[in-house]
Design a protein around this ligand. Sequence first.
Ligand code: NAD
Length: 294
Amino acid sequence: MSKIAFVGLGNMGSPMAKKLVDVGHKVYGYDLVSEAVKKHHDAGGIVAGSPLDAVKQAEVVISMLPSGSHVERLYLGRDGLLSAMCAGQLIIESSTIEPDIARSVASEAGDKGIDFIDAPVSGGSAGASEGTLTFMVGGRNKDLDRARPFLESMGRLIFHAGEVGAGQLAKICNNMLLAVVMVGTSEALKLGIDNGLDPTVLSEIMKQSSGGNWVLERYNPVPGVMVDSPASHGYQGGFTVGLMSKDLGLALTTAAITKTAAPVASLADSLYRLHGQKAGTHLDFSSIYKFLSE
Ligand code: NAD
């Protein structure tokens, strides 16, 4: 069994770290929030006093932080982790971040003989708890081969998208589509409800018809249609409006670089930002249904 440092024990990191603990790894967890640390301890993980404390012990370092700036601050600069890490360690960077930040960290890590893959995920906090995440990996074959047993403990599907940064690009494209699908699904459900249809019946009809999609299968935005969805729990937990806005920002920045037209994603970005300003960015992103309903 291996020694793993896990930095960032939030909605995703906490259940991912637990999956690694459950198969017998020693997982040194670190988070800024004390409740997250306590949860890790209660799940059988080892509490590290600082990120440095965690990585000192570890062969593998996994990070699951909110954004690229958090990842830059963790690894780079004079006080960054890379300055204290050793050749032969492996970094699995699973946060959704700018592909260029993944490439910068990989390049500085490579200079020290530290291996790196970017491995953002899809599947949400439910997928993390079930161990059924999809990993989208960027990096060298040999580094992915090394990471594979750890990824397999946390997920079901592992796709190799290309060189370092390619995992992030695939994830950004996926979440751009998810943002749009959530808005479209919410609009269609609202239209049905306003015209007297039962949302559960309508959801089932569309799920089995040409409008069927992942939101209808797993993440219905109307409260009460799915017992376990964030919508049925006051839009708490899950994937926040703030994180979706961040990912749409990544998508639109990427599109601007290649001059790729993304008008529908642009509109979705404005809707999520307006919703975030009005209701706060902490709600699950399916609460866009609520925004469209008001
Ligand atoms: P979260 O906000 O719930 O968790 C992030 C955690 O990182 C928090 O507990 C925070 O305290 C901690 N943190 C921040 N800075 C830190 C630091 N310097 N050192 C240690 N801990 C620090 O976010 P999340 O929902 O777990 O998402 C994490 C990443 O995964 C994001 O990049 C997000 O886009 C991506 N993602 C999330 C989901 C989802 O459904 N929530 C799905 C796929 C991908």
